[in-house]
Design a protein around this ligand. Structure first.
Ligand SMILES: Cc1ncc(C[n+]2csc(CCOP(=O)(O)OP(=O)(O)O)c2C)c(N)n1
Ligand SMILES: [Mg+2]
Length: 397
């Protein structure tokens, strides 16, 4: 029987020659005027930062502000430190169960949240830690959750994949399921005539799930204010995008929904693309697909070393040439906004903040066993009793 790999190799995979490749360097934005320390100033993104499908691309020129860039730097370093701390805690066996880290993808979470207000909805998959702390949670609450503590962000019951805040709709473990939920959030905003954009995130792997296509159809049918944000980190669990997707141009997969592909490693490009996408959906244009091309440095989850389906050299090359944090550092120093020492001081503050949070989280109480029976049903809707692992183990509400 012909192996799938042989079948695939028989198919033409090359892009037509006239298609220009997307730029994915993290440091290709150019200063357009002297950078001010107090006022906004103009910068221009690389010409190939965006590609459009049945729609115009966002403007390549935009205003940025020193404080905003420094804040982005601080948030990205804190998130990376937090994910590194989670990595260490998992390896020391303090964290059990699933744990998916977003190291390498920081420009996506920080760029996205910086371009939105807290009223706009964000919903994503299990790679959710950054959003919890960028949207109202704390590092102690997040780490506490990973450790299964009562003071964790989901009372220690959700773990890594199921974190929520007042401004973050989670944290979902079933691949693609959050796409339908996000479509519902957008429907609700439209139905209630609220000026809210919904950013429904999913991965390159999830893009092949049936409910993604079903959601696209409904969203276009009803012109919902939904941005389908495909975080293309080039791999699913252990499979490259090329091995699993017949069409890896995820921004073109919406049928009647237009799409934009953007450099997901340059935080300034992410910021600009998200602003554009938000305006697009709020102006009544219906849904939009926004594909952010990024890269994850670690394995899919903690049980995956991440090197059986890609080479160490590839990971090393991405880390050393396209790192989103080093890219932003380059802008900040090159444009004279802060010195290397200033940025090192921020790194140190982020590290101290995370180290302190880890120690605090370790001191949080382990939930009592009775908590297993709470938060299962909404108050007032409980059935008379709930069965546990054993038939005899019955809890009566
Ligand atoms: C319905 C379903 N099928 C399979 C899985 C197992 N699974 C978890 S993540 C994943 C790959 C998803 O890859 P992608 O959407 O690219 O997201 P990434 O992990 O790269 O962020 C798979 C197959 C699952 N959780 N749910
Ligand atoms: Mg992926």
């Amino acid at each position: 029987m012909a192996s799938l790999a042989r079948l695939r190799s028989a198919l033409p995979r090359k892009l037509p020659p006239f298609v220009r490749a997307l730029q994915t360097a993290a440091d290709s934005t150019q200063l357009q005027e002297a950078a001010s320390h107090d006022e906004p100033f103009n910068v221009k993104l690389h010409d190939d930062s965006f590609r459009g499908h049945n729609t115009d691309i966002p403007s390549l020129e935009l205003e940025v502000h020193k404080d905003q860039l420094i804040n982005m730097y601080r948030q990205m370093t804190t998130i990376r430190r937090m994910e590194q701390a989670a990595d260490a805690l998992y390896k020391q066996k303090f964290i059990r169960g699933f744990c998916h880290l977003a190291i390498g993808q920081e420009a996506v979470s920080v760029g996205l949240t910086q371009a939105l207000t807290n009223e706009d909805h964000i919903i994503t998959s299990y790679r959710s830690h950054p959003f919890a702390i960028l949207r109202g949670g704390t590092v102690v609450g997040l780490i506490g959750e990973l450790l299964g503590r009562e003071g964790g962000i989901s009372k220690g019951k959700g773990g890594s994949m199921h974190v929520f805040t007042q401004y973050f709709k989670g944290g979902h473990g079933i691949v693609g399921a959050q796409v339908s939920l996000g479509t519902g959030l957008a429907f609700s905003a439209k139905y209630q005539e609220q000026p809210i954009a919904t950013f429904t995130m999913y991965g390159d792997g999830a893009s092949n799930q049936g409910q993604v296509a079903e959601s696209f159809n409904m969203a276009k049918l009803w012109n919902l204010p939904c941005v389908y944000l495909c975080e293309n980190n080039k791999y699913g669990m252990g499979t490259s995008a090329e091995r699993s997707s017949a069409n890896t141009e995820y921004f073109t997969r919406g049928d009647k929904i237009p799409g934009i592909q953007a450099n997901g490693m340059d935080i300034i490009a992410v910021y600009q693309a998200v602003k554009h996408a938000k305006n697009w959906v709020l102006n009544g244009n219906g849904p939009l697909i926004l594909e952010l091309v990024t890269y994850r440095y670690g394995g899919h989850s903690m049980s995956d070393p991440g090197t059986s389906y890609r080479t160490r050299e590839e990971v090393q090359r991405m880390r050393s040439t396209q790192d989103p944090i080093r890219g932003l550092q380059h802008y900040i120093q090159e444009w004279g906004l802060a010195s290397e020492e200033d940025l090192k001081a921020i790194d140190k503050e982020s590290k101290n903040e995370v180290d302190k949070a880890v120690e605090e989280a370790k001191k949080l109480a382990i939930p009592p066993a009775e908590n297993l029976w709470t938060d299962v049903y909404a108050t007032g809707y409980e059935p008379p009793y709930l069965r546990g692992r054993e038939r005899e183990e019955i809890h009566r509400f």
